[in-house]
Write a protein that binds this ligand. Structure first.
Ligand SMILES: NC(=O)c1ccc[n+]([C@@H]2O[C@H](COP(=O)([O-])OP(=O)(O)OC[C@H]3O[C@@H](n4cnc5c(N)ncnc54)[C@H](O)[C@@H]3O)[C@@H](O)[C@H]2O)c1
Ligand SMILES: [Zn+2]
Ligand SMILES: [Zn+2]
Length: 401
């Protein structure tokens, strides 16, 4: 079978590999119909992790069950499924509490396992024609419809970015009537904006440098903020201050709430500097969030902060240690939540919003390619050029029997 393999910095290639086989009674073998390239893959692609060459990658996967182990009871051959990027056991202390992102048994090195990802166990990547799914009863989500129907491109986003955006909104306590700012208009930021509306937000600002991505944010109903037009924190504050209805409704003292209630980081440790896009500035978004969040507000961080980072500029940054304005954070009495998304907590409810026609997350998909085009798509997605926002790899529909 064909699989996308990491070969070294800025280098992936499509390799012929042995098809995986069922190894245990609880496994399922899934024939992949669609797989996606994620912003998280780019940290590995750019050589900013300790991933060794030769590892197959890809953790956003959906397809058709091709074979099941003898102990799988909830699924059968032919079922259409999507998997959370987290691989979980379902029976450990953390899985029981809904923290499948911190499963304690599926990765010997630490809490959390995933497909095709550095440090997440030795699981094969899903940018491949087949993938082995451990604990299939727990890790597969059943889907209606048929491969390549009108939901295919929505359902693939249930593997990661839609639940992750929703989680960012939950960590930031987004609920009815709240004002929200999302840093980053990549797939995760766009899904955080969509999820904020699903959760009832009144105002959603999405902040980035990339015009095509900001246009997608606008399409979702959010207010785009282009950093190239000035300090994004000041832009949001000015916009809110200049709104007559927002100003006329203020109670005494409320003018101190110049920012927003909820702020979401959908960028992570490879954030660019607001003044110089070509430069990285790992704390740019963190510091902007502290400035923009209102007193007694909430911050949700789903952009990844990852160490060791062989490409970082200082010893501290290599270890993931960053200076934060802690005093301001404390002074404002904000809550801060962060981490990998426990996808299984949200994927079935978000699936049902898609089925009911209430959301169409696939609006953010920009490119659909065959696996042979993966190296070129990685390059363009990494450079965020030509409108590359969310790339889906499509595998050939099966021939009629
Ligand atoms: N927590 C999780 O479970 C989880 C899951 C998936 C992805 N992620 C992480 O989310 C982050 C975003 O991933 P993505 O898939 O959306 O793709 P992405 O990396 O392309 O999106 C990041 C966006 O942030 C923008 N950006 C850079 N610096 C900025 C700044 N200073 N202010 C505002 N925007 C800035 C970029 O232009 C880009 O559009 C990555 O760090 C990824 O690893 C986390
Ligand atoms: Zn992902
Ligand atoms: Zn577990």
């Amino acid at each position: 079978m064909k699989a996308v393999v990491f070969e070294g910095e800025s280098n992936v290639r499509v390799e012929e590999q042995k098809q995986p086989r069922i190894t245990g009674p609880k496994d399922a073998l899934v024939r992949v119909t669609t797989s996606a390239i994620c912003g998280s893959d780019l940290h590995m692609y750019e050589g900013r992790t300790t991933l060794r060459p030769g590892q197959s990658v890809g953790h956003e996967i959906m397809g058709i069950i091709d074979e099941i182990g003898s102990a799988v009871t909830g699924f059968q051959k032919g079922d259409r499924v999507v998997m959370p990027f987290n691989i979980a056991c379902g029976y450990c202390y953390n899985c029981h509490r809904g923290y499948t992102n911190m499963c304690l048994t599926m990765n010997e090195q630490k809490a959390h396992a995933a497909y095709g990802y550095v440090g997440m166990g030795s699981y094969g990547g899903g940018q491949a024609e087949y993938v082995l799914v451990p604990n299939a009863d727990f890790n597969c989500l059943k889907l209606p419809g048929k491969p390549f129907d009108e939901w295919e491109d929505d359902f693939i986003l249930l593997a990661d970015v839609f639940p992750t955006g929703f989680y960012g909104a939950e960590l930031a306590h987004v609920s009815a009537g709240k004002s929200v700012a999302v840093f980053g208009a990549g797939p995760v930021g766009l899904m955080a904006a969509l999820s904020s509306f699903v959760r009832g937000a009144a105002e959603v600002y999405v902040i980035d440098f990339i015009p095509e991505r900001l246009a997608k944010a606008k399409e979702l109903g959010a207010t785009p903020i282009n950093i190239r037009e000035g300090d994004p924190v000041e832009q949001v504050m000015r916009m809110r201050k200049n709104s007559a209805p927002l100003r006329q409704r203020l109670h005494p003292g409320e003018e101190k709430l110049a920012g927003v209630d909820c702020v979401i980081d959908a960028v992570g440790y490879q954030a660019r500097d607001d003044k110089e896009y070509s430069q990285e500035n790992a704390t740019q978004v963190l510091r902007n969030m502290v400035r923009l969040v209102n007193p007694a507000g909430h911050i949700g961080i789903v952009g990844v902060y990852l160490a060791p980072d062989p490409g970082a500029k200082s010893d501290q940054a290599r270890q993931g240690i960053f200076a934060m304005p802690m005093a301001d954070l404390f002074d404002k009495s904000v809550t801060v939540g962060m981490g990998q998304c426990p996808v299984k907590r949200y994927n079935e409810h978000l699936r049902d919003l898609i089925i009911a026609g209430r959301v169409k997350p696939s609006k953010i998909v920009s490119h659909r390619i065959s696996i042979d085009k993966a190296p070129e798509a990685y390059d363009k997605f990494d450079r965020r050029v030509e409108g590359y926002t969310k790339v889906l790899i499509k595998f050939n529909p099966p021939k009629a029997a």
